[in-house]
Design a protein around this ligand. Structure first.
Ligand SMILES: [Zn+2]
Length: 323
């Protein structure tokens, strides 16, 4: 058996960044490993397709998957929670923590898979692999304010809807750190560009904006982004995210008034955004600009984003679509 390549980085004595190397691309989907007396913990676990990379990454830190006691999920989308069911076979002592609205969909993933299939179509299997249900007895449904002792930290769950109705961020007050999930958007390593991941079916700009302001008010010194890695300058980061979240909404609403379909709306978002991604990547000297564009698209694609806004406007703001 060949051991998959790993890419792990120690961020603090008790904290590791594990790259799941999604679709062979580095720095797109992360898992975080916390160690310490309250038991090993993972925050988000990535796609089921990258389970072997995740397991090899845990071993690369000097630990064993069997030691994992806590699996914390910011939300149930497949790029964060897809590997959970399979992972439990390798982590006999682990329990899964997820917001109570998301919990039933881990136990019975049919609806979740149906909703993802509408976005990903025939790419479902390649991207997300085999999704196993999470046995109910291994799952702990959490709510706003839940305090979790994991590793050597205390994390508080903050209910932060907007990206998903069941989304939580994990606040580590003692370290002025937040594991914000997708509420803090997508900002790849070494590129100062924040992109809002706006999938259907729950996208809600008002809720998301309130969640952003809530996290901002905690004055975090560091955000541990699932897409991707540690990020400083939270104030500026949140401002850029919020601004783009609404600017993209304007683009999609205008396109919808003009009768454009999802594909054309998606193209409008790309036209408005990709030149900025490329320019920022070049300015930050990170890599070839087209490679940065490709990795952002892997982390959160434009078609999914367009579909998220379309559903949001039809459901929440039909008046915005009147000509
Ligand atoms: Zn995500």
């Amino acid at each position: 058996m060949t051991v998959p390549a790993t890419r792990v980085r120690q961020l603090a004595p008790d904290l590791w960044l594990l790259d799941t190397i999604f679709q062979g691309a580095p720095g797109v989907i992360a898992s975080f490993l916390l160690t310490g007396p309250s038991g090993l913990a993972l925050v988000d676990v990535g796609s089921a397709v990258t389970l072997d990379t995740l397991l090899a990454s845990i071993r690369a830190t000097g630990h064993q998957p069997e030691e994992i006691e806590h699996i914390l999920l910011t939300h149930i989308h497949l790029d964060h929670a897809g590997a959970t069911g399979l992972l439990l076979r390798h982590t006999p002592h682990a329990r899964v923590y997820v917001h109570h609205i998301g919990a039933p969909h881990l136990i019975h993933p049919e609806k979740l898979l149906e909703s993802a299939s509408r976005i990903y179509g025939e790419k479902m299997r390649t991207l997300w692999g085999e999704i196993l249900p999470v046995p109910e007895e291994r799952l702990i449904a959490i709510d706003e304010g839940a305090e979790l002792r994991v590793g050597e930290r205390t994390l508080t769950a903050l209910y932060t809807p907007g990206h998903a109705i069941h989304h939580v961020a994990f606040h580590d007050a003692a370290h002025a750190a937040i594991f914000p999930g997708d509420v803090a958007g997508v900002r790849l390593e070494d590129i100062a560009y924040v992109r809002p991941p706006t999938p259907p079916p729950d996208l809600n700009l008002e809720d998301w904006s309130a969640s952003i302001e809530r996290l901002r008010a905690l004055h975090p010194e560091i955000l541990y982004l699932p897409h991707y890695g540690p990020a400083q300058g939270a104030d500026q980061h949140f401002s850029e995210l919020r601004e783009r979240l609404f600017a993209w909404g304007e683009i999609v609403a205008r396109g919808m008034r003009e009768g454009k379909d999802d594909q054309r709306l998606s193209a409008d978002l790309a036209t408005a955004s990709d030149p900025d991604v490329a320019r920022q990547a070049a300015a930050d000297g990170a890599e070839r600009a087209e490679e940065a564009v490709r990795r952002y698209e892997l982390a959160t694609n434009y078609l999914m984003s367009a579909q998220g806004y379309v559903r949001y406007y039809r459901k929440v703001h039909p008046e915005a679509l009147a000509n």
